[in-house]
Design a protein around this ligand. Structure first.
Ligand code: EPZ
Length: 441
């Protein structure tokens, strides 16, 4: 039976200071281009696995211990969101522990959700364990509308009564009941929300058209360590046999494939020789193939990848797709590589309707890019020239860093709080590879 929870009282919740953008630190990055990256760097744990797994702590009263959790703004935001509900959290380096034995309210307030869409991941666990939830709609974001209708459709199929009231998703569910769900499109966090909710539902749930991302698989591994019965994660058909309750576990978060890919593209763009450790090469097939097409030599072992690149890369064309296709989160970074490559690259974005925000900024650096609908045609130029640019979203900021590393002269990138959401101390690690880069407070 769902626990009786105290009604939501905004005064009771110490909302994190996550006000409008003008409150965010306006750090900048100053980069002097032209260096070739050389050396070795260790990859962090995956942000997009740690976020749903932290939300999964709501599914049990026992302690969940996580290792290899990256130290990122988005992780802090999720921690504050959970703490606001009464979850007890601690952190020591890459280790994070969470215990949801005294959750007093099942709420995700707008002030937090508006800063991080992934907050929607608490919806399924709250409904499954407490039978109620009040989660703000995420609203739009820079790269597109990104609705959550599939999350709601699936939870309603599991028996939740969900209404939209004053911008909030308000849900009630005495007990969820397993069923067959077919999502209209592949959705990563939609798959994760429904998989978590199904763990405590009565009976069996089948999720068809499920996302196959490695982060979905990592979440399933953690849920099964907690006593869930999830099978088929990594395929487009996930089967969950509901259980009465979950218990605590210790789980090591898998390496971040997008951070890995970003370092590899940076090395390939500037003719470098870089070795990444603590990586998961098997999660990057599509990206490694494109790097080889660009002329780089790529070698990989169980947990390392080495890329050696020629002076100038060959232009590559790509089309983003759900995993195991080419990841949309690597599209902007490869566009930066194409900007200085030999030839013309055609880049088609099929997942988000507005994920070309970085084009305007790359053009300020001298890139030759034309947009034709969802396709960018990039004509490589021998040299980009440094300029003042502005980050607009997480992966766009990464693409500006890659471009600045190869541009002639100085580039200053504004609003790098976008970068800090997904990359741990990026400037420190690039500097360790020989880049001339510094953070300006
Ligand atoms: C996840 O976002 C990632 N975030 C994104 O990474 C990533 O770009 C995206 O998957 C695609 O791979 C996390 O995992 C926290 P979707 P998510 O639901 O789950 C539409 C980064 O850089 N859609 O797979 O929000 C949606 O509009 C971030 O770390 C609906 O229409 O993406 C989009 O066009 C950026 N209705 C497409 O599906 C829904 O209910 C894929 O979205 C859900 C999604």
């Amino acid at each position: 039976m769902p626990l009786e929870l105290r009604p939501f009282d905004t005064r009771a919740v110490r909302l994190p200071r996550l006000a409008a953008n003008d409150d965010l630190p306006m750090d900048k990055l100053r980069i002097e281009g032209g260096e070739r990256l050389r050396g070795e760097v260790r990859v962090s744990g995956a942000k997009n696995a740690a976020l749903p797994i932290l939300a999964a702590s709501l599914l049990t009263a026992d302690e969940l211990v996580l290792d290899n959790v990256p130290q990122l703004a988005d992780i802090t935001t999720m921690g504050k969101l959970l703490a606001g509900m009464g979850v007890k959290l601690g952190r020591d380096g890459g280790r994070v522990w969470a215990r949801a034995d005294e959750v007093g309210l099942a709420e995700a307030p707008y002030e937090v959700v508006k800063t991080m869409r992934a907050s929607i991941l608490v919806l399924g666990p709250l409904l499954a364990r407490f039978g109620q939830a009040r989660v703000s709609l995420p609203g739009g974001c820079a790269i597109g509308a990104r609705p959550v209708d599939q999350h709601i459709k699936g939870l309603r199929a599991l028996g939740a009564e969900i209404e939209i009231e004053h911008g909030y998703i308000v849900g009630r569910a005495p007990r969820l009941t397993g069923t067959r769900i077919v999502t209209d499109m592949v959705t990563v966090t939609g798959t994760e929300n429904l998989m978590m909710a199904a763990c405590l539902a009565r009976g069996q749930t089948v999720i068809e058209n499920a996302a196959r991302e490695p982060e979905v698989v990592d979440l399933a591994r953690c849920l099964n360590a907690m006593g869930a019965r999830v099978s088929g994660a990594g395929t487009d058909r996930i089967v969950v046999d509901g259980v009465e309750r979950l218990h605590g576990a210790t789980h090591r978060v898998l390496p971040d494939r997008i951070e890995t890919g970003t370092f590899l593209v940076a090395a390939a763009a500037c003719g470098g020789d870089v070795r990444l450790t603590g990586a998961a090469p098997e999660t990057l097939d599509a990206v490694l193939e494109k790097l080889r097409e660009a002329g780089a030599t790529v070698e990989a072992g169980a947990d390392w990848i080495r890329v050696r690149a020629p002076n100038r890369p060959q232009a590559v064309s790509l089309r983003t797709a759900p995993y195991p296709g080419f990841p949309t989160d690597m599209q902007a970074q490869f566009m930066a590589l194409d900007c200085v490559a030999d030839g013309v690259g055609r880049i088609t974005e099929t997942i988000f309707e507005n994920r070309f925000m970085h084009v305007l900024e790359l053009q300020r650096l001298g890139a030759q890019i034309d947009i034709d609908g969802h396709t960018a045609i990039v004509r490589g130029v021998p040299k980009l020239s440094g300029a003042r640019v502005m980050a607009t979203d997480l992966r766009a900021s990464a693409s500006l860093v890659v471009a600045a590393l190869v541009a002639e002269g100085e580039t200053v990138i504004d609003r790098i709080y976008h970068l800090d959401r997904g990359y741990e101390r990026m400037e420190t690690r690039l500097a360790a590879l020989g880049a001339r880069i510094e953070r300006i407070k």
